[in-house]
Design a protein around this ligand. Structure first.
Ligand SMILES: *Cc1c(COP(=O)(O)O)cnc(C)c1O
Length: 235
């Protein structure tokens, strides 16, 4: 199979799995937006999916790498919604505020204040607060109650619009454990971001997105399942 057929097949499988998960949960597939995580993908693969019109929301984990790619002439013509999904260092806040549409990994008020100061005139920078679901020190994000507190603080900022939560599940977690964690986040999400407002719940990656969508995720972040060389190896 050539590379383009492989990418189309990957995409189709991801979309089918998303739609099956929606069916199981009695949700409409329109409620769910695929966030294509392009951080490990080759430029040529990303460009192919862009030209096919298949991806709109894209996620990068590093500010510098995102600027290099998405400000290059090949990429500029595509109207994408750009998300920063990796940890944001304070000293990159100015660049991030100018470049990204969404910062999905907010976990610190002073960095958010720095973002707020640098949002260009007339732009609204959307932000999700990252909830930490593991006890691993290496993982960013805040424990649930502190994340909720940060949401309240962020609502005082004029140029950053906080509109949801993002979380990364523990790797290799058992299905019932993931379900329990996702349900906890979903419960807080529904209280803090009521239905009918603009809101995003970003749960799920390649390995757990069907569970996440069944649990209410509206913005699963999918990288390897879209861009893998041989889907058999990652399914
Ligand atoms: C890399 C990354 C993803 C995508 O992971 P895959 O398992 O390749 O789908 C999702 N979310 C975050 C925060 C990431 O850093």
């Amino acid at each position: 199979m050539n590379r383009e057929d492989q990418l189309l097949q990957n995409y189709k499988k991801v979309k089918e799995a998303l739609s099956t998960a929606c069916q199981h949960a009695g949700r409409s597939p329109e409620e769910v937006t695929l966030l294509a995580v392009t951080k490990y993908a080759k430029d040529s693969d990303v460009l192919f999916l862009l030209r096919q019109g298949l991806i709109k929301h894209v996620g990068e984990s590093r500010v510098q790498q995102a600027l290099l790619r998405w400000q290059s002439p090949d990429f500029v013509p595509f109207a994408t919604v750009k998300h920063l999904i990796g940890h944001l260092q304070h000293n990159k806040a100015a660049k991030a505020a100018q470049f990204f549409d969404f910062i999905d990994s907010l976990d610190d008020f002073s960095t958010a204040q720095a973002l707020d100061r640098h949002v260009p005139q007339g732009k609204v920078l959307r932000g999700l607060v990252q909830i930490k679901l593991t006890n691993r020190d290496s993982q960013s994000g805040l424990p649930l109650e502190r994340a909720r507190e940060l949401v309240r603080q962020l609502r005082t900022l004029p140029h950053v619009k906080v509109c949801g939560y993002m979380a990364i599940a523990p790797q290799g977690g058992a299905e019932n454990e993931l379900k329990r964690l996702f349900a906890e986040v979903k419960k807080a999400f529904d209280v803090d971001f009521p239905a009918g407002t603009e809101r995003y719940l970003s749960l799920g990656m390649s390995e757990d997105f069907t569970i996440a969508v069944e649990a209410g995720s509206t913005l699963p972040r999918i990288g390897s399942k879209l861009f893998a060389d041989n889907l058999q190896e990652v399914v």
